[in-house]
Design a binder for this molecule. Sequence first.
Ligand code: GLY
Ligand code: MN
Ligand code: MN
Length: 463
Amino acid sequence: MFDTQTYVARRNALREKVQHGLVVLPGNNESPMNYAANGYRFRQDSNFRYFFGIDRAGFVGVMDVEEGTDCLYADNCDMDDIIWMGPQPTVQQLGEQVGVRRTFALSELQKTIQRAIRYGRKIHFLPPYREENRQMLSNLIGIKSGSLVNYVSELLIRSVVALREIKSAAEIDEIDKACDIGYLMHTEAMRLCRPGIYEREVAGAIEGVATIYGNGVSFPSIVSQNGETLHNHYHGNKLAAGRLLLIDAGVESATGYSSDFTRTIPVDGRFTSGQKAVYELVLEVNNRSTAMIKKGVTYRSVHLASAKILAAGLKELGLMKGEVDDIVANGAQALFMPHGLGHQMGLDVHDMEDLGERFVGYDQEVERSTQFGLGSLRMGRKLCAGHVLTVEPGVYFIPELIAKWKREKINDSFINYPAVEKYIGFGGIRIEDDVVVTADGCRRLGKQRVPVTVAEVEAAMGK
Ligand code: GLY
Ligand code: MN
Ligand code: MN
């Protein structure tokens, strides 16, 4: 938790933007795995945590904008809870830590909301993504849960995004810490990886690092020899010499901030010349894209410039043909990289994705494309100092996609299919780093970059 004043200042800044009505920010509840008392690791809602700081289940924060008051609604633990969970701070004590003096039992919330509705006041809420919060808002406000989406406050969404997307120095410190743990996770994977062990042994070890040094993983780890499947969560394969292992994994710091790194490593510790050629192209795209990041440019323009570097490299490898500008205008390189260059990162690994990428990654100036590949870019807007982003180019050989494009003659004139088909079984390569946009460029987060050149990776793997 940050100091009390941080949360007071954040709520005051939000109040200034919203200007009228009641802001209702529900925290998350425990989420049962198979029965009520056997829960998944508790994960607080990031918006609640940003404005109210408390990392516990069962809280609702309410801000009365005109009155200038903030309230917390939650129930104190009873003796039963204390017997099973140990002594707990009271709601009032927790409120004091974040500058909230007015605390009430959860049962009081309905009256507060109903009174506001009677007086015709606006109730601002964000799009709920958990069913129990959807249900609670539906009951509180008296709107069918299926219709809630029509009453979400766009003003509140835009206000929250404007505040959360610019990270303070204290937040950057936290993300740096998460990235330092991310470094340990990925170098542990490099040390462990060898033929004959299973993907899950690597996954388990790096998730252990995330638990030892941080608050667990920031998203389900991707540790896969089949790296051509972008979000492959299966960990059951035995590692085989000659294959690549793609590891996309991150951690949450104690205060809830994320890291998100990807490295792709040769299972036996040495890249083959064919793997090295593709790897060095992806690394070149990563490095040159990072060098383009600065405030005032749009991330869409960086994505498109990186697509040209990729296309030029794929031509050199004999996989593509035609003019680079034409390739990218037609989105033909997306056969090899069907995702965007990166996304914002903060309290969420895809920061604020619950609020809608339309508001987080796009604005009136930059609209989301519908083109295959470019349409998957989560962050297209103009960059500002304090934005935290991932840079994550990749090259993948997805057999089903290659077959479909060939069959349907999609971008036929740009793809050298006989050459591409020789790569079926190659897998995929992604190299992902995290950066903060600064006054004059950007800085990679974490004290040290995770080993990334061919020589660094091979050295980290003991070769
Ligand atoms: N870790 C998922 C992603 O890189 O977006
Ligand atoms: Mn990632
Ligand atoms: Mn990412």
